[in-house]
Ligand binder design. Structure first.
Ligand SMILES: [Fe+2]
Length: 240
């Protein structure tokens, strides 16, 4: 049994850059037209560019056109409170501490969304509270496969000017030692770097995908390619 997921990331919706909303609309159209449609769609953060309510409302209006259910998480450009006002509904399990960190349990693969947003910089952060919460999410079921979704890639993103996307790399070391205790983690999926960069953490295959916002794609991207919607189809082996 396979769980089909589409990952999208870094839409950076902004009233100043209307093309980005169009990029998202194009992606939704393309995802809905896939011959093998996903069971769900995950947005790995930086939904909005400035964290203001209108950006979330615009994003939601388009995302609601997806045929599949979708789940979101924050990136460094997001404002958790504004994000939650627009997207909070029965699909989220929100911890009292204010993090947008939760698991999705209704599929053959458990999906765990890890909140890596820092209040003090654009870089990633995993405080002890979030790591403890992640540990309890992982402990909840050690039999089913688990896929992890994080905005900031917690591995050396080779080939870019700054390959370390966390404020303090000891956060990543703590995450590595936590993840190394679980053999049922089947993959990790990230955003933030606006490029496709694969990596590894605790023996787990990890990847970051490029951004939906065509104007913000980094690396070698042709002008014609910037207008194409970028999304990633994941096929995860699920348990019956
Ligand atoms: Fe980001």
């Amino acid at each position: 049994m396979t769980l089909r997921i589409v990952q999208i990331s870094d839409t950076h919706i902004s009233a100043h850059e209307p093309q980005r909303l169009q990029d998202l609309k194009n992606a939704v159209t393309a995802i809905n037209a896939l011959s093998q449609p996903p069971e769900l769609v995950v947005h790995t953060g930086d939904i909005s560019h400035d964290g203001v309510p209108a950006e979330y409302q615009d994003a939601r209006e388009v995302l609601d056109q997806l045929n599949a259910p979708y789940f979101v998480m924050p990136g460094n450009r997001d404002n958790r409170a504004e994000l939650l006002k627009v997207f909070a509904d029965h699909r989220y399990q929100l911890p009292a501490q204010g993090w947008v960190q939760y698991s999705i349990e209704q599929y053959g693969v458990r999906l765990v969304m890890v909140d890596t947003v820092s209040d003090s910089s654009n870089k990633g952060q995993l405080c002890d509270g979030r790591l403890a919460n992640l540990e309890s999410l992982l402990e909840a079921d050690k039999q089913k496969p688990v896929a992890l979704f994080l905005h900031h890639p917690p591995y050396e993103a080779t080939g870019i000017p700054d390959p370390y996307q966390y404020e303090d790399w000891t956060d990543v070391e703590k995450l590595t030692s936590l993840l190394s205790r679980y053999s049922n983690i089947c993959g990790m999926y990230c955003g933030h770097v606006h490029r496709f960069i694969d990596g590894q953490i605790a023996g787990i295959q990890a990847s970051a995908m490029t951004c939906m916002a065509g104007d913000l794609r980094k690396g070698e991207v042709s002008d014609s390619h910037r207008s194409l919607p970028e999304f990633k189809e994941l096929a995860l082996s699920a348990k019956h």
